[in-house]
Design a protein. Structure first.
Length: 268
């Protein structure tokens, strides 16, 4: 199975979902015209992290989600990215949503690890579960930005059979080397494809680092965006490579979770 994917690396206008939707639609349409089956967007791509807006408007994002659903249906393409929404307790969440080409929501994932350095933990509610969804190209996990620093989350996806993980992010330019290293590490250690979409531009004092990338299960960079430019980058991946790499170095067969569990128990 081969998959063509486009990564939409954009600058986000804080608290202006209509403007961000308009910008994204142009790139979504372009991705579809290039023959991509999936287009990925960055973290909180409809609103950014404008906390005043978020605190007042998180429960009013239904029309935004409907607009994205309509785009997926209009252009017959899978769309993924994280955006402001609310959970069943009517609390604000940073949620990765995978829309199908009929406009249906195939999967959602609430960011598990909220980033305290920007006060995310003061304004949003963390998720409490992982999401692995069966897709046309194989089992796919969802994750968001700061989750990248927690390898156990990504290993859990690998153990559960993931062949791809979609990561939306707003990773700063000042730590872009961390970004590049960690997305490669997650792909190498778990032997699956990392499709990682980061934003560019500036919000407040933070300059974002772009460098959106597709990494194969061997850790090779298939495609990488620039650190400071908006645009669409494309890659075609062969999902058969996941099984090939796992046969070559069978790390899952060599795992000894009974040992890891012991040390965690003793240290807790």
């Amino acid at each position: 199975m081969r998959l063509k994917v486009s990564l939409a690396q954009i600058d986000i206008i804080s608290g202006k979902p209509e403007a961000n939707l308009k910008k994204a639609e142009g790139l979504i349409a372009e991705a579809a015209s290039r023959g991509s089956s999936l287009v990925c967007l960055p973290e909180m791509w409809t609103t950014g992290f404008e906390w005043t807006y978020i605190d007042s408007n998180y429960s009013l994002q239904g029309p935004v989600i409907e607009a994205i659903s309509e785009m997926a249906n209009r252009y017959k393409i899978f769309i993924n990215g994280s955006l402001l929404t609310k959970n069943q307790q009517d609390r604000p969440t940073n949620t990765s949503i995978l829309f199908g080409p009929s406009g249906d929501i195939l999967a959602t994932f609430d960011k598990v690890h909220l980033f305290p350095l920007i006060g995310e933990d003061l304004h949003l509610t963390p998720g409490s579960s992982l999401t692995l969804v069966d897709t046309l190209w194989g089992p796919t996990g969802l994750a968001i930005c700061y989750d990248l620093r927690f390898p156990e989350l990504f290993r859990a996806y690998g153990v559960a059979g993931a062949k791809v993980v979609l990561l939306s992010a707003a990773f700063p330019h000042s730590r872009v080397q961390h970004w590049q290293t960690l997305i490669r590490a997650r792909a190498i250690e778990n032997e699956y494809f990392m499709i990682a979409t980061n934003r560019v531009g500036k919000e407040g004092d933070t300059v974002f680092g772009g460098s959106s990338a597709v990494i194969d299960p061997w850790g090779e960079v298939i495609i990488e965006g620039k650190v400071d430019e908006e645009g669409l980058i494309d890659a075609e991946i062969d999902l058969a490579m996941v099984d090939e790499v796992r046969l070559r170095i069978p790390v899952y067969k060599a795992r000894r979770p009974e040992v890891y569990g012991y040390i965690w128990t003793q240290m807790s």
